[in-house]
Design a protein around this ligand. Structure first.
Ligand code: NAP
Ligand code: F7E
Length: 342
């Protein structure tokens, strides 16, 4: 019989790639999205799947909405990808972030427990839970030390998932995913912001790209690879928690260098801290500048994951290299900026 899945937060980056992946596996896919005035599901359109999924309205703040939907559709798998996912915003909207990223998870677990006990559950946990890291690299056994309201809220989501697994024998898994990016990444996250900025400068539509902390280091992979890991977790023999990561870390500055090279800039760095600038060696023009407005009240300096467990138990490995990821993002951005809908 055809399997079925509900993706909560399907309109985001991961939701779109996961929907595409599950459709390829011949699932019936329900895409839980919020009702918005624009109703623009541009990521589904980008992947050409807008007619193949069934859209259902789902607001994670609304308990009865979650319960009714989970009870009605009786799917095999539920993937919770919904979140206020922007770390910077979580410092300004800490309570809302907790409402959705923490309590929201419990609303789904309660709905499954009460109305759809056979359903397997995936929770989108995050490397932000490691925050001020207690060891390098970070694995499933590394102690957590979140550094933002986002990280703190996600930690509740992580533990409540584990608690329902242990207390009620539910098939509930957390994927502790390190940063993963793509051409479908939201424009405010640093990789996409950098690519939009540098491509716009190359096309003469922008002068300078302003960014915050260039020293932060992240383990960046391709989102398309990571959704495969989510599915493998829910289709394993036993429910468990897994790190998904590439095992390589790079600074924001290194990401900028790689993206700039794809656009035929040669960045040279001068100064430090708030005075640091990146200039193009060929023209001498300043292309990147630091603006302290983008600094965070508390920063996560270094993340690098150890995905050995996912490799050994699920057979998961990232397929896309850092350089492939960067050039994929740059190419997509240039096409967007110069295409018919630009
Ligand atoms: P994203 O692009 O920001 O997508 C998040 C989705 O959640 C959006 O579609 C958003 O809807 C939806 N959402 C937000 N609040 C909601 C609410 N109250 N009710 C229902 N839906 C709501 O994030 P992503 O990069 O795809 O990440 C997916 C998940 O993995 C998130 O939980 C994120 O925290 C987590 N995560 C991401 C990464 C990463 O590097 N990408 C790493 C680790 C964990 P709208 O489109 O209407 O805003
Ligand atoms: O920042 C620095 C910033 O916003 C990365 C989310 O998907 O991954 C993501 O969270 C780093 C930080 O991602 C700018 O300070 C410098 O150190 O792209 P980001 P994030 O905070 O790592 C985790 C795993 C998640 O779970 C989250 O949902 O880059 N940075 N200058 C900047 N960041 C932004 N956004 N904008 C800047 O101008």
């Amino acid at each position: 019989m055809k399997k079925s899945a509900l993706i909560i937060g399907a309109g985001g980056q991961d939701g779109a790639y996961l929907a595409q992946f599950l459709l390829q596996k011949d699932y019936k896919v329900y895409c839980g999205v919020r009702r918005t005035a624009s109703a623009d599901h541009w990521r589904f359109r980008h992947l050409g799947i807008e007619r193949d999924v069934e859209l259902v309205y789902l607001e994670l703040a609304e308990e009865s909405n979650v319960a009714r939907l989970v009870s009605r559709i009786q799917v095999d798998e539920i993937y919770n990808l919904a979140a206020q996912s922007y770390v910077g915003t979580s410092f300004e909207q800490a309570i809302y972030t907790a409402e959705i990223d923490a309590v929201g998870v419990c609303r789904i677990l309660e709905a499954i427990r009460n109305y759809s006990a056979h359903t397997r559950f995936y929770q989108a946990s995050t490397s932000e839970m490691y925050g001020k890291v207690m060891e390098v690299p970070q694995s499933e056994t590394t102690p957590f030390y979140p550094r933002s309201p986002y990280g703190v809220a996600k930690l509740y989501g992580h533990w409540i998932t584990r608690n329902y697994r242990e207390a009620y024998n539910m098939f509930a898994c957390s994927g502790i995913l390190f940063n993963h990016e793509s051409p479908l990444r939201g424009p405010e996250f640093v990789t996409r912001k950098a690519v939009i900025g540098l491509a716009s400068i190359r096309l003469g539509r922008m002068e300078i790209l302003n960014l915050g902390n260039l020293d932060a280091k992240r383990d960046w992979g391709f989102a398309g690879d990571y959704v495969v890991g989510m599915w493998l977790m829910l289709n394993a023999q036993e429910a468990d928690d897994y790190v998904l990561a590439t095992g390589h870390t790079r600074s924001v500055r290194e990401f900028l260098n790689a993206a700039a090279t794809c656009l035929d800039f040669e960045l040279e760095w001068h100064g430090s801290g708030e005075s640091e600038v990146g200039t193009d060696r060929k023209t001498g023009k300043t292309v990147v500048a630091v603006d302290a407005a983008f600094y965070r009240p508390a920063e996560v300096d270094l993340l690098v994951g150890d995905a050995t467990k996912a490799h050994q138990k699920l057979g998961w490995k990232p397929q896309t290299s850092f350089d492939q990821l960067v050039s994929m993002m740059v190419e997509a951005e240039v096409a967007r900026l110069t295409g018919p809908h630009a």
